[in-house]
Design a protein around this ligand. Sequence first.
Ligand SMILES: Nc1ncnc2c1ncn2[C@@H]1O[C@H](COP(=O)(O)OP(=O)(O)OP(=O)(O)O)[C@@H](O)[C@H]1O
Ligand SMILES: [Mg+2]
Length: 233
Amino acid sequence: MLRIKDLEAGYDELNVLKGIDLEVKAGEIVALIGPNGAGKSTVIKSVYDLATVTGGSINFKGKDITGIKTHELLELGINFVTQGRVVFGELQVKENLEIGGDLIKDRDIVEKKLGAVYAKFPALKEKENTLAYTLSGGQRQQLALGRALMNDPSLLLLDEPSLGLSPKLQKELFKTIKDLKKDGISILIVEQNAKKAIEIADRTYLLENGSVALTGGKEIVKHKVIKSVYLGG
Ligand SMILES: Nc1ncnc2c1ncn2[C@@H]1O[C@H](COP(=O)(O)OP(=O)(O)OP(=O)(O)O)[C@@H](O)[C@H]1O
Ligand SMILES: [Mg+2]
């Protein structure tokens, strides 16, 4: 599905990623963990052409997508939920969701998709006509995710979706993410909560200083690096 090879990327003079190899196969949840500043968001931003790619390649379903524009990515079925769950505060919840379905020309299909998002997130249905800036953090997260789902993505890139959520809401979010996998969506998730990320992911990559320091399945939770640095010994 997504294959990143030898990716080098950064911002202006700053080289952040120093040759990353990473793969998300169809139907997989892949987690990207690592300390602040390691370059996790930059991996996602490289796909989205928000960071400067200086080497390597990014392929989606066999097609080179390095540097292609956001609307083309959306048309290919790749959606991105940014770190900080950006929503359009001055627009209603429903309007935010409709923006996510902007590529769909058929109004009936938009309504159907709205129904599906509301079924997943009933709180959004209740608030559909309220302005998005009034939402709580958890509702905002649901809205950002719901907006991405309107586009019927086959690949979702999630940047720290659990940040700032209460333990209860985090639990719900991770369940939602597992449900999305059941729906057939492939997911690349950047996550601070290493333990939870490893638990839900088919594969996890530990990023340190712009390089992959460790990769593996659920067994890496027992790895000494993960234990000492991320899980408090
Ligand atoms: N827009 C930008 N312009 C310049 N430098 C940036 C930009 N975004 C990130 N950086 C720098 O790139 C490096 C990697 O940042 P990145 O956001 O990828 O880290 P991260 O692993 O996602 O960290 P965090 O866990 O804090 O979100 C950092 O040194 C950061 O200061
Ligand atoms: Mg980040």
